[in-house]
Design a protein around this ligand. Structure first.
Ligand SMILES: Cc1cc2nc3c(=O)[nH]c(=O)nc-3n(C[C@H](O)[C@H](O)[C@H](O)COP(=O)(O)O)c2cc1C
Length: 382
């Protein structure tokens, strides 16, 4: 039977000790209830994943304020009722040695205009040609009061996560959403203390980390999902620009850096695992890890435990995230470790789960292969 010595080596992440190196990377499948609270259906979904052998589950993005939403059935965490509804799932994970990490999200300029408010951005948008930015959603450059308000929203959400029993949160600072739009030279052209150099662009993220540490007296570990590459070449964020930021995140005491790639304009590049995109991602992650003093993980195109094992053995990263592969088969970890990878329902990487998110005929995300949540047959993207 094949063994996975790297994958099964435990890993310390802040105060957590993970039983192996595989985590379920965040996937907003839009099954929260109408208030943004954890529904029974969504809780069942995550329990299935916890039971499948991953060392850690990062929940799909939780919106930190009513003013920032994307999907009608996306999770939220800005009210005591959201925290109360989250607590049983976090307890379920803790009892099975699979910590549940809450991802805190401000959608920034990639949110929806449903709240009627202009979308928040570090700078006014410069060129929307070719982007899918909703023309009905005017974008507003944030003033210092807006920045202070967002800091308070992140802190409140982190305190609510702590009350729900979470031992770690993840700040969503990737994929073009608010925190990463500050980090990226593509979207941040400010000339004040929040723009100019890579470190100044990281100021908001670093302030949010410090605010959370102060408000929780350091009792909750903070991890960061870091957008390392906008996939726009030298026009956007690139791994080599982030060295100082990564070192500063280490000094700030983050428990882990989880890398991700692409923004809304370029997300299509993350659909199919081409050799070029795999290499761009893994080389970028290597570069980040070379600067990091904390464990580094990443998600993107990891389809099997064999691939995860190789990436870990090659020291690309310290832990391996899988979203679509675990969505396609919740038990991929258990089945593979038991020497039964042949029974795994393999992800097709056709991108249809991404497409579900904007399909007006659907209000949640489905899968092509997992019999538990197979897409209705009348929905076709052919
Ligand atoms: C349907 C869907 C929803 C996603 N939702 C989130 C999310 O809520 N937060 C986030 O940071 N990434 C999200 N992602 C991105 C994944 O975490 C991951 O980076 C991406 O799918 C690539 O990894 P994979 O090849 O293992 O799927 C989502 C991806 C998909 C397909």
């Amino acid at each position: 039977m094949k063994s996975y010595p790297e994958t099964t080596t435990p890993l310390r992440l802040g105060r957590l000790v993970l039983k192996n190196r595989i985590y379920f990377a965040p996937m907003g499948i839009d099954m929260a209830d109408e208030t943004g609270g954890m529904s029974d259906e969504l809780e069942r979904f995550y329990r299935g994943i916890i039971d499948g052998g991953s060392a850690m589950v990062v929940l799909g993005n939780s919106s930190i304020d009513p003013s920032t939403r994307l999907h009608r059935r996306g999770l939220c965490l800005h009210d005591e009722s959201h925290a109360r509804r989250l607590a049983p799932l976090i307890a379920y994970g803790a009892a099975r040695n699979c910590p549940v990490v809450v991802q805190l999200q401000h959608y920034g300029a990639q949110g929806s205009s449903r709240s009627g408010q202009p979308l928040s951005a570090p700078s006014a948008p410069r060129n929307l040609r070719g982007s899918k930015l909703d023309s009905k959603s005017p974008t507003r450059r944030m003033g210092l009061d807006d920045i202070a308000a967002v800091r308070r929203q992140f802190t409140k959400a982190a305190v609510l996560a702590q009350r729900a029993g979470a031992r770690m949160i993840q700040l969503q600072a990737s994929n073009g959403y608010l925190l990463s739009s500050f980090l990226s030279p593509y979207t941040n052209r400010r000339r004040d203390a929040y723009g100019g150099s890579a470190l100044r662009r990281a100021r908001l993220l670093l302030e949010v980390i410090e605010d959370i540490q102060n408000a929780t007296a350091g009792a909750i570990d903070v991890s960061v999902r870091l957008g390392i590459d906008d996939c726009l070449g030298s026009a956007g964020q690139e791994p080599h620009l982030l060295g100082e930021v990564v070192r500063e995140l280490g000094r700030a005491g983050v428990a882990a850096i989880m890398c991700s790639m692409s923004i809304r304009e370029t997300f299509h590049q993350m659909i199919h695992p081409t050799p070029h995109m795999r290499r761009q991602l893994t080389e970028g992650v290597r570069r980040i890890r070379a600067e990091a003093t904390t464990p580094v993980g990443f998600a993107g195109f990891i389809a099997t435990l064999d691939q995860a094992e190789s990436l870990l053995a090659e020291r690309v990263a310290d832990l391996a995230g899988m979203s679509r592969a675990i969505f396609a088969d919740n038990d991929i970890v258990t089945k593979s470790l038991a020497g039964d990878p042949g029974r795994v329902h393999a992800c097709l990487y056709d991108g249809n789960c991404f497409r579900d998110k904007t399909n007006p005929a659907l209000d949640r995300v489905y899968c092509c292969v997992n019999p538990k949540y197979k897409r209705p047959e009348h929905i076709s993207y052919a």
